[in-house]
Design a protein around this ligand. Structure first.
Ligand code: FE2
Ligand code: FE2
Length: 136
């Protein structure tokens, strides 16, 4: 089965640890896509969805800690984007757990688009800043 999303250099933020975290997020999204595609049980979808939400939360916290440590000037705006996303995802998850049909698939679609845009537009902006501060 083809992957939903493939990491390539256009997603690189020029910081190795964050590229790796983004790759892992893509990997989890692909696994969720696959679980839905082959009609795996709700239990497995629920498990991978939770993993995706947990890892997204971990990743955001990790970026924010680094940007805070290095005194990144646009941290507040960056944090606000993360917060808005997590609130939206939690609302989706609530609907999913309530058994609303089609939720996992619209959540996945929304997350893929959001993450692509956020990485390429917002995350990329910290790359040069962190490189200049000795973080690669
Ligand atoms: Fe990120
Ligand atoms: Fe970010």
């Amino acid at each position: 089965m083809s992957s939903l999303i493939t990491w390539n250099d256009s997603y690189s933020v020029k910081v190795g640890s964050f590229d790796k975290q983004h790759q892992r997020l893509f990997d989890i999204m692909n696994r969720l896509h696959e679980a839905m595609g082959v009609g795996k049980g709700q239990t497995q979808i629920k498990t991978v969805l939770q993993e995706l939400i947990d890892y997204t939360t971990t990743h955001f916290a990790s970026e924010e800690a680094m940007l805070e440590k290095q005194g990144y000037p646009s941290l507040a705006a960056h944090k606000a984007e993360h917060k808005a996303l997590l609130e939206k995802v939690q609302a989706y998850q609530k609907d999913f757990l309530a058994g609303k049909a089609g939720i996992a698939s619209s959540l996945l679609q929304f997350l893929v688009e959001w993450l692509k845009r956020h990485i390429q537009q917002t995350d990329k902006k910290y790359g040069q800043f962190l490189n200049d501060h000795g973080v690669h």
